[in-house]
Design a protein around this ligand. Sequence first.
Ligand code: COA
Ligand code: ZN
Length: 321
Amino acid sequence: MKRLFLQEVVARDGFQNEKPFIDTEDKIALINDLSHCGYAKIEVTSFTSPKAIPALRDAEAVMAGIQRQPGVEYTALVPNVRGAERALGCCLDEANLVMSVSDPHNRANLRMTREQSFAQLKEVIGVIGQASIAVNVSLSTAFGCPMQGDVRLDEVLAWIERFAEQGVRGISLCDTTGMAYPTQVQALAQQVRDRFPSLQLTLHFHNTRGMALANTVAALQAGVDRFDASLGGLGGCPYAPGASGNVCMEDLVHMLDLMGHHTGIDLDRVLAASARLPGLVGHDTPSQLLKAGRRLDLHPFPQQAHALARQVSDTPLERAQ
Ligand code: COA
Ligand code: ZN
């Protein structure tokens, strides 16, 4: 079976949505651990306005502090030209540009119209491209917007086309508030793959309505091989009403391993890292696997059931009737 590429977004999508500030040193230590888990890519932080996303105001320090592992790409979110200028000094492998397919979410999240965002990002692509940093564009609300409702498939394709014309390496289709459903995912992913075969395509699901794993299977059926997910299932956009966590990385890896896919991920290491999250963020995470264990993590036969079984076998036949 062909290799799947998993991209860890907890340090960006996960931490951007946490209220208490997570210490820079703790972020660096976590990312250093994650670098040994087998991920294709790690989104380290975002070069957004510290007023908009105070949780990630230490982007430069985190980028400077991490120990990079060969074979892992390090990326960060960039929303505008100012963000690109900051990112340029940080030796990124990739800049992950962002805008929304829906107008209301773009205005709420980035305080720009979509055309203003596109103009900024076009400029960013020019600057970043000259520095030989790869460019990915994350299209938020690609499967629906919590303020607008449905987003037209042809509109998503039109934005991809405009960015493809600018020579970007990749596109992420982001289900910002978990509005995607499997047949919709399969239809869009199939069209994007057919029309833009040379683009690196990532699917970015949130589990807001419990459909993220089902959506992943639908995307696999359309031939997608690259997925974002977040350790512990943390995540969410503070400027998208009703947003909640990304698909949980360990739950996703567990499912893909069982299905026989080659992910290259060390699930034990991922689980060990995930177990540290509640200590960092101060609350439980949505991880199912941390609570339930793997499918074949067996339990001892219950003591209570032992006693009951003994009682039944001690009971004389006539009394038991
Ligand atoms: N990094 C740091 N500072 C930035 C910045 C950036 N990328 N972009 C703008 N600023 C600063 C400006 O220098 C200016 O500072 P000043 O008040 O000291 O002069 C101030 O922010 C306002 O600048 P302006 O261009 O008017 O930006 P804005 O306030 O309209 O914010 C964004 C626009 C895009 C920067 C902001 O909305 C943002 O960061 N959004 C990101 C949201 C996000 O990450 N969501 C989750 C991920 S999908
Ligand atoms: Zn997201």
